[in-house]
Design a protein around this ligand. Sequence first.
Ligand code: AMP
Ligand code: MN
Ligand code: MN
Length: 330
Amino acid sequence: MSLKKNNKDDQAIRSALQSAERIALFSHIHPDGDAIGAQLGLAAVLRAMGKEVAIYNQTGQPGTFAFLPGMADLRHWGEDDFSADLRVALDCGNLERLGLSEAEWQADQRISIDHHMGHEPFSDLNYVDAEAPATCAILADFCRNWNFPVSADAATCFLTGLHTDTGSFRFEKTKAETFQTAAWLMEKGADLSAIRYHVFESTSQARFQLLNAMYQSSEFLSGGHIAIAEITYKQMLNLGVNDDEVHGLVGQLKEVQGVELSILLRELSSGAIKVSLRSKQYLDCNRLASEFNGGGHVRAAGCTLHSSLQEARQTLLAAAARHLKEDLSS
Ligand code: AMP
Ligand code: MN
Ligand code: MN
C-alpha cells in the first residue's frame, strides 16, 4: 500500500483490521481521553476477534485514565520486540505528534484513523473525518456497522473519548448521531459512573491549586474577547503537578462571558512554551495555531513556541488580535 492521502475508505480499513493477526496501536503524545479511549477500546475489540494487540504511547500513561480497562498494557514503543503486521495510529494529526521519527514509523502496513482538521497523512491508508466529534466516535460507529464485538469495557473506553472530546456533549461537532453513538455504547454496558467519577470528579488538590494560580495570572484583553493566562514550570514543580493534570485548564478561561478566545501558555521543562487555544463562536484556532506550526480543530488547537514566556505572550497576543478581527469579518 502506498496511498498517502485521506482516502476515507472504511472498507479498506475494515479489511486491514480483519486480515491482520498482530496489530500495534499508537496515539498522540500526551494522550487525552480520546487518544487513550480509542487505543484501549480498539485493543479490546480486536482481542475479542482473536488478534494479538500491543498498545504504545511515547509519553506514557496519563493518570486520569488509569481506571480504563487495559491501561496497564500501554508501553513505550521500542520497549518490547512485538512484531506487528499492521500498525494503527489513532487520534493523531501528524507524525510529529505520534512521537516517532519517519524511520521509526516505517512498516509494511500502516493505517491512520483520525478527526483532526489539518490532518497531514503519514500512513498508507488514512481515514480522516474532520466532522467526527471524536476518534472514539468513528471507531464506535465502525464497530456498530461492521458488527465487531464491543464488550462493556470497550464501550467504556469509547464513551470516555466521546465524553471528553465533546466537552461532555457541549461542543459544536456534537450532533444527533453523537447521542445515538453514546446511547449505543450505554446499551453495550459503558460505565458512565466510572467516567464521571474518575475523569470529572477526581481533580487532585495540586491541580486545583494550579487552576487557582492560572486564574490569578489571567488577563482579559481586546475588549474582553481574549483571555490569556500562564503557568510557569516552577509552579508545576512546586505543586508537583504532572503534564496530564494540566489538560482542560484552558477551557475554564473560555467560560467567562464575552471571551471568544482563551489562551494558556505553559512553560515546559525544556523552556519551550506549550500554547493551548480554545474559541467560543467564530475564531478559527486551527488557523491561528497553524501560523506557529501547530494545529488541531476550529475550536481547540495548540502549538509550541521556542521563546521566553514573555515573548510567546506578545507574539500570540498580536496574532490573536489580528485573527479575532479577520475571523469576525469573514
Ligand atoms: P491542547 O491544547 O494541547 O489540548 O490541544 C488541543 C487540540 O489541538 C488537540 O486536538 C491536539 O491534538 C491539537 N494540538 C495541540 N498541539 C498541537 C500541535 N503542536 N500540532 C498539532 N496539533 C496540536
Ligand atoms: Mn486527542
Ligand atoms: Mn480527538
